[in-house]
Design a protein around this ligand. Structure first.
Ligand code: 13P
Ligand code: SF4
Length: 311
């Protein structure tokens, strides 16, 4: 698409959003041209907070399906649209509500903490949701004598055990994008870029994360945490271990600093299903509506509201 066509389509999207009283929310992994027309770009926690607080009558969610579902649960009186219904999440698909019910039956006294990357049905079986932005605070909010079932991300769970000192029962799910970032890439970069800081998402494989312990150049952060860190750091060079979409946001928010991906292959094909064209069609044709069955939504809402409330 030429720059002129792109600019025309972006104007069209903004005009449609105004006309339809819709707010455009975009995750940090969205393609640059979608991030650039969004009213708010952020991580899962920030997007949930925006979805809960918006005054607009509709939300167009440029992200993956569980994020749109979370928005629909938090704002039941608003229309929530997603530009492509196939934008799923392999991590969210790693546990079903039936599997969680069976796990709970084996551990009847445990508190269930679910990462927000789960379906609404799984959230309905959950006590607390969390995101990578507040997972540590959520675990710390649970009395120390309570057993915790943590799901579905294995690596986030292992990292939480290290930073909180709590023992958790952890589901063995993983995100194929983050699990695919190899420790060898990080080791190579640490040698080749001695002047760089490393920004690592907690969904990354355990060996990659482990490099953060005892290494003051490595920081385990949510995607929004990465942006805040890079903006306030006096350093100029950053190696980024997460999905490559974040590089656009980083470059925009911290101009003049240098950002490089640890792995160019860290690309989420689900996030990339949302295009500017599909966003335009979504607003124009009022599709695809994401709705959660009211009883499931009511049960899931408490866990999500706890997540939104914990800093
Ligand atoms: P954040 O909450 O850090 O934005 O991460 C969401 C996600 O899907 C990571 O893969
Ligand atoms: Fe899901 Fe991984 Fe894509 Fe995030 S990067 S949306 S966890 S598949």
């Amino acid at each position: 698409m030429s720059l002129a066509t792109l600019a025309t389509m972006q104007d069209e999207v903004k005009a449609l959003a105004r006309e339809r009283d819709a707010v455009i929310l975009a995750h940090n992994y969205q393609v640059p041209e979608v991030q650039d027309v969004a009213d708010y770009v952020g991580d899962s926690l920030g997007l949930s907070r925006q979805a809960a607080a918006t005054q607009a009558s509709a939300i167009v969610f440029c992200g993956v399906h569980f994020m749109a579902e979370t928005a629909a649960i938090l704002s039941p009186d608003k229309t929530v649209l997603i530009p492509d219904l196939d934008a799923g999440c392999s991590l969210a698909a790693s546990i079903t509500a039936d599997q969680l019910r069976a796990w709970k039956a084996e551990n009847p006294d445990a508190v269930v903490v679910s990462y927000v990357n789960t379906t609404a049905d799984v959230k309905a079986e959950t006590d607390y949701c969390c995101t990578s932005g507040n997972a540590k605070a959520v675990i710390e909010a649970i009395p120390a004598d309570r057993e915790i079932l943590f799901l579905p991300d294995l690596y986030l769970g292992l990292w939480l055990e290290r930073v909180t000192g709590r023992r958790l029962k952890i589901w063995m799910g993983e995100c194929h994008v983050h699990a695919g970032i190899r420790p060898a890439d990080i080791v190579r970069w640490q040698e080749e870029a001695p002047d760089a800081e490393f920004l690592v998402h907690p969904e990354c494989g355990c060996a990659s994360q482990c490099m953060a312990f005892g290494n003051e150049r490595t920081h385990i952060l949510s995607t929004e945490g990465m942006v805040k860190f890079a903006k306030s750091s006096p350093k100029n060079r950053f190696l980024v271990a997460t999905e490559v979409g974040i590089l656009h946001r980083l470059a925009k928010e911290a101009p003049g600093k240098r950002f490089e991906p640890v792995s160019e292959e860290a690309l989420c094909r689900y996030m990339k299903m949302i295009t500017l064209e599909k966003l335009r069609d979504s607003l124009r044709d009022w599709k695809h509506v994401v709705a959660v069955e009211p009883e499931t939504a009511a049960r899931a809402r408490l866990a999500i509201e706890r997540m939104v409330a914990i800093a």
